[in-house]
Design a protein around this ligand. Structure first.
Ligand SMILES: [Zn+2]
Length: 331
């Protein structure tokens, strides 16, 4: 009996390891590059079942965890990097990432920056508290760890026979990386998924504390993906080809959503939270609150940048006012 083909996109040196997560996104993809140096791209969340799956599937490839030389992280979210600490501390695997992920990998987000932002956005106190509870739950699935080296945009990495170029593609997370091989295939993490639109998540600059324009960064990063000619090996879902079409599809969906936000903004002054609630009535489900606010924040940033909205203080509260009739905005 032959073993099932778990090669990634049919490539003999790339092994696709699918690992379950406790998160709404479902399974996460880890990729093994079997070469003179064995490299894992991402490693899965810190759960017993994820560790078992990883070890079992490495075993089917004839490897033990200690045979892995390096982990290259696409980014530091728990579903992608939760097991990094275990692999590094127990199995001496060297860990590499982009320095923009420092806060994620060290589990060191500045909570004060987030709570100030949410208060300013008019988020009710109980939901700010619920989001903090959610963050604590999320943090259970990763351990803070040190990194053995930082990968910069444009760095050339090699595993022996294969060469990869690292691309810094922020937006979903500040230090998100994708790794393109010499044949035009790319390990894209969460910057481009086939069926799900990637989230532009609220982040603050590590040095200045200034909130970053995550949605604009994500759009720029996705546009860069249109030049990918080979297979896309994503962080979630199956490998796919024709990256440019997928990018186009997601960008068009984003445009529609932007038009909807402009429509909501034309309804009169409202806090960011109330604007987001009109877009997403389900926002008060605690597991969705942060993502919904992140999403709408990106579109409101864009509306303000493009002159379609402005912020004002009314009765001591910060509100956003759309200043273009919908018919003008929509054409
Ligand atoms: Zn992610």
């Amino acid at each position: 009996m032959s073993l099932p083909d778990r090669s990634a996109g049919g490539h003999p040196d790339y092994l696709h390891i699918q690992i379950s997560t406790p998160f709404a996104v479902g399974d996460v993809n880890v990729y093994l590059i079997r070469d003179e140096k064995n490299v894992l791209i991402d490693c899965g969340p810190k759960t017993r079942i994820a560790a078992q799956t990883l070890i079992t599937q490495l075993g089917e490839a004839g490897l033990k965890p200690g045979d892995i030389d390096e982990i290259w992280l696409t980014h530091g979210h728990p579903d992608h990097c939760g097991l990094a600490s275990m692999m590094r501390d127990k199995h001496d695997v060297r860990l590499f990432a982009h320095r923009g992920e420092k806060r994620n990998i060290l589990k060191n987000p500045d909570r004060r920056l987030f709570s100030n932002f949410f208060e300013d956005a008019g988020v009710p106190d109980y939901l700010i508290h619920e989001m903090d509870m959610q963050r604590k739950w999320y943090d259970v699935y990763t351990d803070a760890t040190e990194v053995d080296g930082w990968i910069e945009d444009g760095d050339e990495l090699t595993t022996g026979r294969h060469r990869f170029t690292a691309h810094h593609l922020p937006g979903h997370s500040p230090g998100h990386l994708a790794f393109a091989d010499e044949n035009g295939h790319i390990f894209s993490g969460d910057v481009l998924l086939q069926r799900i639109s990637s989230n532009a998540i609220i982040t603050f600059d590590t040095d200045t504390g200034k909130r970053q324009n995550s949605l604009r960064e994500l759009r720029d990063s996705m546009k860069k993906m249109t030049s990918v000619t080979g297979m896309v090996y994503p962080g979630h879902g199956l490998p796919f080809s024709r990256a440019a079409e997928t990018v186009q599809h997601h960008l068009e969906s984003q445009e529609k959503r932007y038009m909807k936000v402009l429509e909501v903004l034309s309804g009169g002054p409202a806090s960011l939270f109330d604007t987001a609630k009109k877009m997403f009535p389900e926002i008060e489900r605690p597991e969705l609150t942060f993502l919904c606010i992140s999403e709408v924040t990106g579109y409101v940033d864009r509306a303000i940048n493009e002159g379609f909205a402005q912020t004002e203080i009314i009765d001591g509260k910060k509100v956003i006012t759309g200043n273009v009739p919908l018919n003008d905005a929509a054409c």
